[in-house]
Write a protein that binds this ligand. Structure first.
Ligand code: NAD
Length: 542
């Protein structure tokens, strides 16, 4: 199917470590070499002798059989990571940043290989897979170039000028546990780990079982970029068992996935009093104001809603459109949606790819069927398209969605949007803020200042004005994450790296102690202190 070559992944031979019967020997279909796959899976810490199949939403047959880890393997991964972390923490920030910049170039050089693997595992459109490469390269460059700004020791004002010298160190947490989802197999496998490494930590990661190969190729690129291999430990297996073992040993947990699992992770971290960041679900609103450029907004809406077939935490599932432009917008949005090319293919021409699995297809189908049964209108789409790929579902626009329908407030995580008319901006803001989530929003207007003012009233961790999600997601200096049930903590920006550090304050007292001098009584000392405090305040000191 693909015309693209796999660098280091020669065609022919057979893939996976599974049985070589015709049912499993899918070499011809995927063009991956068994030794190539073995070179990837070797990275998994596993002694169980058990394997699990990695499916492909494009080819149906397993792509590979991947070794599984037990809780004991996770413990071994942690002890290897702890040993590696001790020497890594002693390296200079410049050396760590240099490795990130080498990774940046490797990602760009090896993009065809990375994208092909992402496509086999996820079924997404090639352009969506390319964005993963671009996001990771941006992440590597941003953290490499700003490393000193975040991690250098900072001198701060001491208790008394001259007498007290105070400074703040950023100390690595130790071993960070990362649990990642399947929807962006490449960027989610690395983007949170890169700042962890930069800050002097090691990582134990459990990628989602559906996208293990991409995560393993990402680990291999880290090795090639010059990170010590033991610093990045990969384990594989079911979430509750293997993910749970990570939560019970990590010095900090970074989780991306559903809100339900996020709560379980948070409880586990609370018991151990370790920190966590949780990047969770959303029901993201897009607002088209009455002064919006309707054509531009309609084009933006196709990306906002249907990128990655809607399996994107920051994609839009609720569209609120001003009365004055509603009809024009709907016409433009529907016709642009109907012009999209669909398919499960490696071709650049596909606008929207496949859903990843039968489970996703079932979930999306159930939301649409429930809405239609309760009276929603399908403006376009609404159908499974097995003729284009096993899990392809049409981009779907629903009108007339009401609060009793599942897709009104629950995350669909598929190519389905509900469109609503609004009469005033206050009403639009109120409806956008309805519900427990607060991840991402999008506002369309010809007046940027007005858009930014409105953004401040929307309870979401990121708001894009005249863009869907890419403007905030691609601005690496800007933190990204959710309010409410969309998460805790932030990736990207200073917070994205500082979460992996402990703040350590060191104060050195010079010349005089913080106690009465030369036989001075406590009472006199208190008076001297009081005078000093008043003087410092008069001088405007912090
Ligand atoms: P999920 O919560 O089912 O799984 C995510 C990861 O957690 C997987 O690796 C899984 O194996 C693991 N896991 C499952 N149960 C676990 C447990 N009890 N303990 C430890 N680990 C466990 O989520 P999903 O369905 O795979 O991913 C889709 C969800 O992720 C959506 O809700 C989406 O919005 C969210 N998401 C959020 C972001 C973000 O940045 N906010 C990004 C991508 C996806």
């Amino acid at each position: 199917m693909s015309e693209h070559s796999h660098t280091g992944a020669p065609s022919g031979g057979s893939i996976g470590d599974g049985p070589a019967d015709p049912e499993h020997d899918t070499t011809a279909a995927y063009g991956l070499d068994r030794s190539y796959v073995s070179s990837l899976t070797r990275r998994i810490v596993s002694t169980t002798g058990e394997t699990a199949a990695v499916a492909s939403p494009i080819g149906r047959r397993p792509l590979a059989h991947v070794p599984q880890s037990s809780p004991a393997d996770v413990a071994e991964a942690f002890s290897r990571a702890r040993r590696a972390q001790a020497s890594w923490a002693a390296t200079s920030v410049d050396d760590r940043a240099a490795a990130l910049l080498r990774l940046h170039d490797l990602l760009l050089d090896r993009q065809e290989e990375l994208i092909d693997l992402v496509l086999w595992e996820s079924g997404k459109a090639r352009k969506d897979a390319y964005l993963e490469v671009a996001h990771l390269a941006l992440t590597a460059r941003y953290y490499a170039r700003t490393a000193h700004q975040h991690l250098d020791t900072v001198r701060v004002g001491g208790m008394f000028p001259v007498l007290t010298r105070a400074e703040v160190n950023r100390v690595p947490k130790g071993v960070v546990g990362i649990i990642s989802p399947w929807n962006y197999p490449l960027t989610m496998a690395l983007c949170d780990g890169l700042p962890a490494l930069l800050a002097g930590n090691a990582v134990v990661i459990k990628p989602d079982a559906q996208t293990m190969l991409t995560a393993l190729l990402a680990a291999q690129l880290l090795d090639e970029a010059g990170f010590p291999p033991e610093l990045w430990q990969v384990v594989a297996g079911p979430g509750p068992e293997v993910g749970g073992a990570i939560v019970s040993q990590a010095d900090y947990v970074c989780f991306t996935g559903s809100t339900a699992t996020g709560r379980t992770i948070a409880r586990g971290c609370a018991d151990r009093l370790v920190g966590c960041s949780l990047e969770l679900g959303g029901k993201n609103p897009m607002l088209v104001l009455r002064d919006a450029d309707v054509q531009r907004a309609a084009e933006g809406a196709t990306r906002a809603v249907f990128s990655n077939a809607g399996q994107l935490c920051v994609s839009m599932e609720r569209l609120f459109v001003a009365d004055q432009v509603y009809d024009r917008f709907v016409d433009a949005f529907v016709s642009r949606t109907e012009a999209m090319t669909l398919g499960a293919s490696h071709d650049w021409s596909v606008d929207m790819g496949s859903l990843i699995s039968q489970a996703q297809l079932d979930a999306v189908t159930a939301h649409v069927e429930d809405a239609v049964a309760k009276g929603a209108h399908v403006l376009t789409g609404g159908r499974h398209r097995p003729d284009l790929g096993p899990y392809v579902f049409e981009p779907t626009i629903l009108e007339g969605v009401t609060a009793d329908m599942e897709c009104f407030g629950l995350e669909t995580f598929g190519p389905v949007v509900s469109i609503y008319r609004f009469h005033s901006e206050d009403e639009a803001v109120e409806r956008a803020n309805h519900g427990p989530y607060g991840l991402n929003a999008s506002v369309w207007t010809r007046d940027g200042a007005r858009g930014r003012a409105l953004a401040r009233r929307i309870r979401c961790g990121t708001v894009n004005v005249n863009e869907a999600y890419g403007a905030t997601f691609g601005s690496l200096a800007a933190p990204m994450g959710g309010m409410g049930e969309s998460g805790l903590g932030r990736r990207q920006g200073p917070e994205g790296v500082l979460r992996y550090t402990e703040t350590q304050s060191v104060a050195t007292q010079r010349l005089a102690p913080i106690s009465p001098l030369l036989g001075m009584s406590e009472e006199t000392h208190a008076k001297v202190m009081t005078v000093a405090l008043r003087v410092l305040n008069k001088l405007g000191r912090a």
